[in-house]
Design a protein around this ligand. Structure first.
Ligand SMILES: C[S@@+](CC[C@H](N)C(=O)[O-])C[C@H]1O[C@@H](n2cnc3c(N)ncnc32)[C@H](O)[C@@H]1O
Length: 219
């Protein structure tokens, strides 16, 4: 694969998503481009490059490229101290405003575990303190991650990562293809596509979560 072609794709990804492929991880981009070629049944990355240089760019291929460029690593209740801080922020700051609704945005929600964890934390808070209703908007640039987030279904391995047995049985139900978030929880979250580089999400929000995103971006 020629260095010029790799540079072309890394620059395009950086311009459109902010995600950086540099010296340390350019090898990952190489293998991801090869995966995209396989997906579209293209023999070489040179052919893929030609597709990207058409007068009318192929939007499905572009989205596939950005999907592959992302790192979707996530888990339930990632960084537990964050959830303790979230609860005290709501008690100390948000409730002072006496809002009719607590509005939260998970701005790079990946496959949905972050937004679901916030929803579970707030549901649990409701049994201890009177809270107004809440709504969560969860967005990501990765279509594949959003499909999974919208399904609300997680494997045994995924629920093992961060979910206690108590939360699993309270908020999820076992189905043939995995553990499905109950609609009473999942229904509190609206999932959608959004690119943080040119965001179209409209506030205001009481809380915006943008966690573990900038580590992959140029700042
Ligand atoms: C490592 S995951 C973090 C998920 C979650 N916030 C967490 O902390 O567990 C990073 C997410 O950021 C998303 N992302 C990267 N660049 C983005 C952009 N420009 N706009 C929106 N989402 C982006 C990726 O698709 C990925 O799902």
């Amino acid at each position: 694969m020629s260095p010029d072609i790799l540079t072309f794709f890394s620059r395009l990804i950086e311009k459109e998503t902010g995600i950086i492929y540099g010296e340390n991880n350019i090898y990952q981009l190489k293998s991801r481009l090869e995966d995209i070629c396989k997906h579209f049944k293209l023999a070489t990355v040179e052919e893929l490059h030609r597709e990207f240089n058409q007068v009318v760019p192929n939007s499905i291929m572009r989205q596939k490229l950005f999907d592959h460029a992302t790192n979707n690593e996530t888990l339930f209740f990632r960084d537990p101290s964050f959830f303790t801080a979230l609860e005290s922020f709501i008690l100390r700051e948000v409730l002072l405003e006496m809002p009719n609704e607590i509005r939260i945005w998970s701005a790079a929600s990946s496959t949905g575990q972050e937004a679901l964890s916030v929803a579970m934390a707030l549901e649990e808070m409701c049994s201890r303190v009177p809270l107004p209703p809440f709504s969560i908007i969860a967005t990501d640039i990765c279509d594949k991650a959003l499909v999974k987030a919208r399904s609300g279904i997680y494997s045994d391995f995924e629920v093992m990562r961060g979910l206690s047995d108590e939360r699993k049985s309270r908020f999820f139900q076992k189905e043939t293809d995995g553990w499905k978030a109950k609609s009473s929880l999942h229904g509190k979250i609206q999932f959608g596509y959004n690119n943080l580089i040119r965001s179209t999400v409209k506030g205001p929000f009481h809380i915006i979560l943008c966690r573990n995103v900038l580590i992959y971006q140029k700042i």
